[in-house]
Design a protein around this ligand. Structure first.
Ligand SMILES: [Fe+2]
Ligand SMILES: [Fe+2]
Length: 138
């Protein structure tokens, strides 16, 4: 995995061996890069940052619901604990949107971009990887 603080690239380390889930995770990596690129660009635009954050929130709601449906289908034993982590992420993304709305570009924006990135990447790396054997499609 690339270690730049602002950008992340897809790598096999992030693969869940489930092509639909992988496609959704790749979409998050793309959006997180877009978010941080916008925040770090000279022409950063609050409307664009808010739009990308809203997209991350909407896609996360749909993606988490997708995972939780598969957990039931595949009888994944840790499904309730995992769903709880999803709920916590959604509330953090909502808070991030509020923080951006309430401020102009500065320390909070930079911290928010990096936080969203690490919340999503860490969830995939340390939590989603736990279900690989249950949801494997390839
Ligand atoms: Fe996921
Ligand atoms: Fe998850």
């Amino acid at each position: 995995m690339e270690v730049s603080p602002w950008r992340i690239e897809w790598s096999d380390e992030l693969s869940m061996s489930n092509s639909e889930i992988d496609a959704e995770h790749r979409n998050f990596i793309r959006l997180v890069n877009e978010l941080n690129n916008e925040i770090m660009s000279q022409q950063r635009d609050k409307a664009v940052v808010v739009r990308i954050l809203n997209q991350i929130l909407d896609d996360a709601i749909a993606h988490f619901a997708h995972e939780e449906r598969l957990f039931i289908e595949k009888s994944y034993p840790a499904r309730e604990e995992h769903a709880q982590l999803h709920a916590e992420l959604i509330s953090k993304f909502k808070q991030a949107l509020k923080d951006i709305h309430a401020t102009e570009y500065g320390r909070i924006w930079i911290a928010t971009g990096l936080e969203i990135r690490s919340l999503l990447v860490n969830h995939v790396l340390f939590e989603d990887t736990q279900y690989i054997e249950y949801l494997r499609t390839e």
